[in-house]
Write a new protein. Structure first.
Length: 381
């Protein structure tokens, strides 16, 4: 080969390498949510109460004694406080029905594997928890034996310093709402237990082991939440959940483990509705109905799940008008009877393995360039 041809080949190989270097970051672009675009709690110079946990059982007395508590527009308010807590509860409200607001406070734990709680409401109703920030706390918000409370626009990052962190937990509650919160790195993102008439809507949950988990709930609505990269299950009714609705949620996972489901209804969770959800990229089931009766699964989009929908020992259910692309089985029935499966669209698809596809693309490009080099070199012989 002449010096000219050798120089020509080297130039084309350099071009190939440059093309590959440019394509790889574009193809492997991180599709996770841009956290910088999410609402963050405002920074402020608040009162630090790192050594003084607050327990409020009498609002009028608290407002009289402390300047960080006020009465405004018919509600008691606690604002702009900063807590550094260690195996304790930062702020407890108990045994009251007077309207109150806890706003723009920060809660941080400096203890590994601690049992701390940010805000705890016990037998406390008519409260609003809004725009607060929680970092590295096992129980960020814990509400028990309470009604008519709202948890809105809070930022929660549990990290992995706790073995089983739970971001927001409601136990024995009714007529409550959990709305527009951002939750990351928790074991249970939102947990309901023995709750009625509660709404969970417009929350963003990212990289939690379980997204929204419920035990023994009735007449609750889970609506328009975004759950991404849940390590186990996005929305789960574990047992005895009746007459609830899971509507228009987006659940996207990325094959973190082999036992990953979008929505699961288990152990006598019956007469629920799963409607118009977008469920994609789960390593097991898009929707899993197990030992439950009379559920309605309608108009959902299930994309690139291993199995689209599974019914195991689940009878008298209706599965209709769903669009399903699947890797193994569209709708799997095991030990079931008296179910209605009609007007579902099933299309098989094939797994996309990012690293494999990138190298195949690079190989194709390199082959094309080599062919061009050979043709060009022949002209100069």
């Amino acid at each position: 080969m002449s010096k000219f041809n050798r120089k020509f080949s080297i130039q084309y190989l350099i071009y190939v390498l440059l093309i590959i270097l440019i394509l790889i970051p574009l193809i492997t672009h991180d599709t996770r949510l841009d956290r910088s675009s999410l609402r963050k709690v405002n920074h402020f110079e608040g009162l630090s109460l790192s050594d003084s946990p607050i327990i409020i059982t009498n609002w009028s007395e608290t407002a009289l004694l402390y300047d960080w508590c006020s009465f405004e527009s018919g509600s008691y308010k606690v604002k702009n406080l900063s807590f550094i807590i260690n195996n304790e509860t930062g702020l407890t409200v108990a045994n009251t029905t007077e309207p109150f607001i806890i706003e723009n406070c920060t809660f941080t734990s400096n203890a590994s594997q601690s049992q701390d709680t940010g805000i705890k409401l016990v037998n406390a109703s008519n409260g609003l928890l809004i725009n607060n920030s929680f970092s590295f706390i096992r129980y960020s918000i814990f509400i028990k034996n309470s009604f008519n409370n709202s948890v809105i626009s809070n930022y929660i990052n549990c990290s992995e310093m706790h073995s089983v962190p739970r971001s927001i937990r409601l136990e024995i509650c009714s007529n409550s709402s959990v709305r527009e919160n951002y939750i990351i790195n928790s074991y249970y993102g939102i947990q309901l237990e023995n709750c009625n008439y509660t709404e969970i809507d417009n929350n963003i949950l990212e990289e939690n082991s379980w997204g929204i988990v419920s035990y023994s709930i009735k007449n609750c609505v889970i609506f328009n939440n975004t759950l991404s990269r849940s390590f186990s299950i996005g929305v789960a009714f574990i047992e005895n959940c009746y007459y609830n609705a899971i509507i228009e949620n987006v659940l996207t996972n990325s094959y973190y483990n082999e036992y990953q489901d979008g929505i699961a209804l288990w152990h006598d969770s019956s007469n629920n509705s799963i409607v118009k959800n977008a469920i994609s990229d789960n390593s097991r089931y898009g929707i899993d109905l197990r030992e439950s009766l009379g559920n309605n699964v309608l108009n959902n989009s299930l994309i690139r799940n291993l199995y689209g929908i599974r019914l195991y020992k689940s009878n008298y259910s209706t599965v209709m008008y769903n669009y399903i692309t699947y890797y193994e089985i569209c709708i799997l029935e095991t030990d079931t009877e008296f179910n209605t499966l009609e007007n579902n669209t099933c299309e098989i698809t094939y797994k996309f393995i990012p690293s494999f596809n990138i190298w195949v693309l690079c190989l194709i490009i390199a082959s094309i360039v080599i062919i061009i080099i050979n043709r060009k070199s022949k002209k100069f012989r």
